[in-house]
Write a protein that binds this ligand. Structure first.
Ligand code: PSU
Ligand code: MN
Length: 306
């Protein structure tokens, strides 16, 4: 049994020629949004990366093969299958590879495959983190541990307040993962531009971010970086509205004894249902916004290597 990593011809050519590439995850497609918005968004995100001068590499496992760069048909397969696709974090990758199945990759597994392919910049919506009540449940996303070890920078809109943002910050600090605020001093909370948490450092343009990444990795300081990019003002949600939806979703999760890898998808789905279409539109817009910034940072990063 040997694993296969398929880097699409377009991605592979770009990497060879030192052109910017942006990795994209696939759990957000299968478990993060409903059909058909999930497939439409995945393709729009790729287009935004292209429009901003980089090559998109959506990452997943297809028939047991690791993929950096999916076709539209492959995106549709994962998008239609939804929750029935195996959600793959670090723990789950060997199973889908060994059994020849499809897998939708979380932030952690996407970072792993991106790093194997040689891709350093990754755009998504929100990262996993330390869940509220983790003191009892021990529910801490494997995304955080991956950020500690794997040298990929993740552009996100912060983390949803389904998580305990203060504990998530503490965990990242302990693991040596820098949290950068893009044009902000506050850690954005996904649907809202603000939270009660600060970032470690505020940087105001893509070149500054690329310089930060180069400095870190050139020093041999392996590991990821969180680049927190607030949702555009126009699409930000009312804090009290979203807080109430999250509170309700958390109560339901507890009542229904949802835990482990089902926890995050359950909460995402319920928050989207409770808020109607409005949170989905915000979610789509912030991912597009992150794809744009990631492409710009990837562009600056290749210039610094030229
Ligand atoms: N948060 C979101 N949207 C998402 C996810 C998290 O706002 O789609 C997905 C990402 O793939 C992330 C994963 O890596 O959930 C985290 O899952 P867990 O908490 O089980 O590690
Ligand atoms: Mn978890």
């Amino acid at each position: 049994m040997t694993y296969k990593l398929d880097i699409s011809p377009e991605v592979s050519t770009a990497l060879r020629n030192n052109q910017p590439v942006v990795a994209l995850e696939s759990t957000i497609i299968s478990h993060g949004m409903p059909w058909p918005e999930n497939a439409e968004t995945a393709k729009r995100v790729e287009q935004v990366v292209r429009d901003n001068g980089a090559v998109p590499a959506t990452i997943a496992v297809i028939d047991g093969r690791l993929k950096a760069g999916l076709s539209h048909d492959e995106i549709d397969v994962l998008a239609k299958a939804g929750l029935s696709v195996t959600k793959c974090s670090r723990r789950d990758l060997p199973y889908v590879v060994a059994t020849g199945q499809h897998g939708a990759t979380t932030v952690a597994a996407t970072m792993i495959i991106a790093a194997m392919a040689g891709i350093q910049i990754f755009a998504t919506g929100g990262i996993g983190g330390v869940h509220r009540g983790a003191q009892q449940s021990f529910d801490i996303s494997a995304d955080l541990q991956e950020l500690a070890h794997t040298s990929v920078a993740v552009v996100c809109a912060g983390a949803k307040s389904i998580l305990d943002l203060a504990l998530t910050r503490e965990y990242l600090e302990t693991q040596g993962v820098p949290v950068l605020g893009y044009q902000t001093n506050q850690l954005p909370a996904f649907y809202t531009r603000e939270s009660d948490q600060t970032v470690d450092y505020r940087l105001d343009d893509p070149k500054q971010v690329a310089d930060f990444l180069s400095a870190k990795w050139q020093m041999g300081l392996d590991g990821g970086v969180v680049i927190a990019n607030p949702i555009p003002e126009l699409y930000a949600m009312d804090k009290s509205l979203i807080d109430r939806a999250i509170q309700q979703a958390l109560v339901e999760a507890e009542q229904q004894h949802i835990f482990g890898k089902e926890s995050t998808p359950f909460l995402l789905k319920r928050v989207a249902e409770i808020t109607g279409g409005s949170s989905l539109e915000s979610n789509i817009q912030l991912v597009l916004n992150n794809a744009r910034l990631a492409a710009e940072i990837a562009g600056e990063l290749v210039l610094s290597k030229a």
